[in-house]
Design a protein around this ligand. Structure first.
Ligand code: PEP
Length: 252
């Protein structure tokens, strides 16, 4: 059985003044069972302070991207080792906003995931179709191709997380139907189980895209949904904790 993962993505939001949210979330997940992992992926500037605040609690801290190289002349980038050194345990790679804003490809996402694993981080590898791709009936093809290209071979032996995030659902308030989510998650699960016979069924598959307290329970109940990657609703402790509570209810 794959673990349940409730992960927040603060994107380019958050100043030192917002760190009280971390303390509130850490306090709110003190009863978190072993079967659930809760984390917040912070902007790089807050990772060290966030990790310090979360230290000793059940809340973990992640980064939002890393370079595929270990170190070098890459002005403005951050390495996986730097994130680990700052106290991160996870890092998002291949997010659709990185793919759109920075032209990142499946190959880069896989290399970044490999760099994350080498640094001892768990990569959260994002995939998802655009609205045009969904409307033209290509969603399953696009997503399974992204999974094949973005998940590194190291997933055969090392923990990774995959997040299905339809681009048209991110930050829009629109969500796919439970049937649409189930169809894509089932296809991802089959692809992973075929490629990684020993570990494919254990890889947590998260849904991401306008998940909020009001729809979390329904989405988390969908087959092969093992948690959520949550953007906007992770910025407020109350909303994020309500989503965590929905997950905790389903695993208890
Ligand atoms: C995300 O950024 O990964 C995301 C899912 O955002 P939102 O929840 O705001 O749609």
């Amino acid at each position: 059985m794959a673990k349940t993962v409730i992960a927040g993505n603060w994107k380019m939001h958050g100043l030192k003044a917002d760190l009280d949210v971390i303390g509130a979330v850490a306090a709110g997940v003190s009863d978190c069972p072993e079967s659930i992992e809760v984390l917040l992926c912070l902007p790089a500037t807050l990772v060290a302070a966030g990790a310090e605040l979360a230290s000793g609690s059940k809340l973990e801290i992640g980064g939002q991207s890393c370079h595929q190289a270990g170190k070098g002349a890459h002005t403005g980038d951050i390495s996986a080792e730097m994130l680990a050194d700052a106290g991160a345990t996870h890092v998002i790679v291949g997010h659709s906003e990185r793919r759109a804003d920075h032209g990142e490809s499946d190959i880069q996402a896989a290399a970044q995931a490999g760099a994350a694993i080498a640094a001892g981080l768990t990569p959260i590898i994002c995939v998802g179709e655009t609205l045009e791709e969904r409307d033209s009936g290509q969603a399953l093809d696009v997503v399974t191709k992204q999974v094949a290209g973005s998940v590194p071979d190291a997933a055969a032996t090392t923990p990774v997380i995959v997040a299905y995030e339809p681009v048209w659902a991110i930050g829009t308030g629109r969500t796919p139907t439970p049937e649409q989510i189930a169809e894509v998650h089932a296809a991802i699960r089959v692809a992973l189980a075929e490629r990684f016979p020993a570990t494919g069924s254990l890889i947590p598959l998260l849904y991401g895209g306008s998940m909020k307290p009001g729809n979390a329970a329904e989405i988390l109940a969908v087959d092969d949904v093992n948690g959520g990657l949550i953007g906007g609703a992770s910025l407020k402790a109350e909303d994020f904790l309500a989503i965590y509570a929905a997950a905790a209810n389903q695993t208890s």
